[in-house]
Design a protein around this ligand. Structure first.
Ligand code: FE
Length: 347
């Protein structure tokens, strides 16, 4: 199985990518709206098809990317039936098995943080995605969204702690950079519910917590009840000047196909060394300007500011650095030619 743990720094949310190496079909657990482009870039770079997205609950701190990813890929949306969120293709009930070819999960109802919380256990019980029911050495709050400390205690101790001790625990959040735990570890060391805590220990602990109202709840909850569909039902507008694809590495790139059709609208900057240009010249119809990468900072004033800039080099690595240098110098509309001149020779 292909497995990736992704992190959204704004909401401290973990998104999980699970895919089958054979079928190349993937599912995402708890994708974040503002990270959809990142997730799509990773799926593309790994050669995966997104078939399903699933949320562990109606989040109060971020908007799910479920709807947006469905618009982009045609994937299905799964979430707890009791939530009754809109735009859901696969409403999940306790005990239901679901997933994609080669990656099967079982839904386990774990209410308490919210009424609609579900955890998802991998079919061999080697991993569990616990949402906000069980966090590493902690748990989700139980003071809003029909939360109940009593129910949460039952969910954790009766449902999750019934899993094998070696089962890896992957939560929806961590605010201290911890990435994974195990059921055995949490049974022993969880700060609220581990070490033989009983329901009184837990409930008293939870009730003594005084937490501020979640900042984003008024915006996030209604949107998440639509599976992340904006109120006007429209895709967010793409403000970019070109058909830009941001790689998982964060580089804005354009394809040669796009460049060929828009040569008059951009300045094309070749950042290869002088000797490379001599050995492998490129048509003047394509390249407007040649400044080797190691001279770019000093000579950035030579780059015209009237048009967007597309940087190119042999393989598309140095041209990505050139994008950074141009951005530092105040250029906003810049992109690197994907795969550089290798894209043209193979064209
Ligand atoms: Fe939550």
């Amino acid at each position: 199985m292909i497995f990736r743990q992704l992190f959204d720094v704004v909401s401290s949310t973990y998104t999980y990518l699970l895919a089958d190496e054979g079928s190349k079909r993937a599912l995402l657990i708890d994708p974040v709206f503002s990270q959809a482009r990142r997730d799509l870039a990773l799926l593309e770079e790994l050669g995966l098809t997104l078939a399903l997205v699933v949320d562990t609950h109606a989040h109060a701190d971020h908007i799910t990317a479920a709807w947006l990813l469905k618009q982009k890929t045609g994937c299905q949306i799964a979430s707890a039936k009791v939530l009754q969120a809109e735009n859901v293709d696969l409403p999940l009930e306790d005990g239901q098995e679901f997933g994609v070819d080669g990656v099967r999960l079982k839904a386990v109802a774990t209410p308490g943080h919210t009424d609609g919380c579900m955890s998802y256990v991998l079919s061999d019980q080697s991993m569990v995605f616990t949402g906000d029911a069980l966090l590493i050495r902690g748990c989700g709050r139980s003071d809003f969204q029909q939360g109940s400390a009593h129910k949460l205690f039952e969910s954790i101790t009766k449902r999750l702690f019934a899993l094998p001790d070696a089962c890896l625990v992957y939560p929806a959040h961590d605010y201290n950079g911890r990435t994974v735990s195990t059921i055995g570890e949490e049974k022993a060391f969880n700060a609220r519910v581990g070490g033989g805590a009983n329901v009184t220990d837990f409930v008293e602990y939870m009730h003594a917590m005084k937490l501020p109202h979640p900042k984003k709840i008024d915006e996030a909850l209604p949107a998440n009840m639509r599976s992340g569909c904006p109120e006007d039902g429209r895709l967010p507008e793409d403000p970019s000047w070109a058909d830009i694809h941001v790689t998982f590495g964060g580089v804005p790139e354009i394809d040669y196909n796009w460049l060929e059709r828009h040569l008059d609208k951009v300045t094309v900057l070749d950042v290869r060394l002088d000797e490379e240009v001599k050995d492998a010249p490129v048509s003047e119809a394509l390249v407007d300007l040649h400044i080797p990468l190691d001279q770019l900072r000093a000579r950035v004033g030579e780059v015209p500011k009237d048009k967007p800039v597309v940087t190119l080099c042999r393989a598309g690595r140095r041209s990505a650095m050139a994008v950074n240098i141009l951005k530092e110098s105040g250029f906003e509309q810049v992109a690197s030619l994907s795969r550089g001149l290798l894209a043209i020779s193979r064209h």
